[in-house]
Design a protein around this ligand. Structure first.
Ligand code: BGC
Length: 287
């Protein structure tokens, strides 16, 4: 039995920020994107206090620079990360607005600052979910559209995806066309989901969080058996310390594995975002 709530609580800092992966030095920061999925999962799991502490952490980050923009990740105490990590990413800001709304609201001043900033800057290029490519990305605009509750922007986001390569993040946008495309191009023979065909980060394994998102896509279409199969796949990839970021059953670019291990050591595990998705998918298929 995976103790996702415990892994997440252990990874929440005093100040409320969630560490992306406690045992993996390059990820010992709190990302807005990961954090929003995690806080949402904690709300679903009934751990509202944890989610509230994260939202307060974000609100402090926002107040520290009321004019924006804000970074994709911060030190766990909420101070700015001085490293050269590419931090220009807007999706987490939109995710935060939507996550706070699902929480039941609050932080009016801070959410208004973020909404105003996104309204004025949503179409400026930034990095994608995978922090690799600069541009105006469908999933980023989708996150912003949800944050601003804008159908017009949602249409814009879907239109953007039409000229993009198949990408696991399209599962979050979740139209039938996008889900079909991800299934056709990015699902491994074993059933896990890759980020994109060119992914060579740690050889390009199957990401647990994306496999859970495919499970959610099935669940939302009433295909509960398929959704349960994805949940079982995610759980079958648990390691003693928890759920990793990726599995190595099927690497797209195995020749790239060694170079990453030499650079940063073993890949991240546990990854709190993987645990968040396990909680969210389980809530959909086990209720
Ligand atoms: C992923 C990001 C994620 C970060 C922390 C990166 O490798 O591409 O999407 O936010 O790790 O988990």
């Amino acid at each position: 039995m995976i103790q996702s709530v415990e892994v997440i609580l252990d990874g929440q800092s005093e100040s409320g920020g969630y560490v992306a992966a406690p045992e993996f030095p390059p990820y010992r920061y709190s990302w807005l994107r990961d954090g929003c999925f995690i806080a949402d999962a904690m709300r679903i799991a009934g751990e509202r206090e944890s989610a509230q502490r994260f939202h307060e952490w974000v609100a402090r980050v926002v107040r520290a620079r009321p004019e924006g923009p804000w970074d994709a990740r911060y030190e766990l105490d909420g101070s700015r990360d001085p490293s050269a990590w590419p931090k220009r990413q807007w999706d987490g800001l939109g995710l935060w607005l939507a996550t706070v709304r699902r929480f039941g609201g609050g932080w009016e001043e801070e959410t208004s600052l973020v909404a105003r900033w996104l309204d004025a800057h949503w179409d400026e290029p930034c990095l994608d979910w995978w922090e690799e490519r600069e541009g105006v990305h469908g999933v980023t605009v989708w996150c912003i559209a949800n944050g601003l509750a804008s159908d017009e922007l949602r249409r814009e986001a879907v239109a953007l995806t039409e000229s993009e390569r198949a990408d696991g993040s399209h599962l979050f946008v979740g139209t039938d066309e996008l889900v079909t495309r991800v299934k056709a191009e990015l699902v491994s023979p074993g059933g896990g989901v890759h980020r994109h065909a060119d992914d060579d980060y740690y050889g390009g394994g199957e990401w647990l969080l994306l496999t859970a998102m495919l499970g959610q896509a099935y669940a939302s279409r009433g295909r509960l058996d398929d959704a349960r199969e994805k949940l079982a796949w995610v759980r079958a990839h648990a390691r003693p310390e928890g759920l990793p970021e990726q599995s190595q059953d099927h690497l797209l670019h195995p020749q790239a594995w060694e170079e990453w291990v030499a650079k940063w050591g073993a890949p991240p595990s546990p990854l709190l975002w993987s645990h968040a998705m396990e909680i969210a998918l389980a809530a959909e298929v086990e209720r």
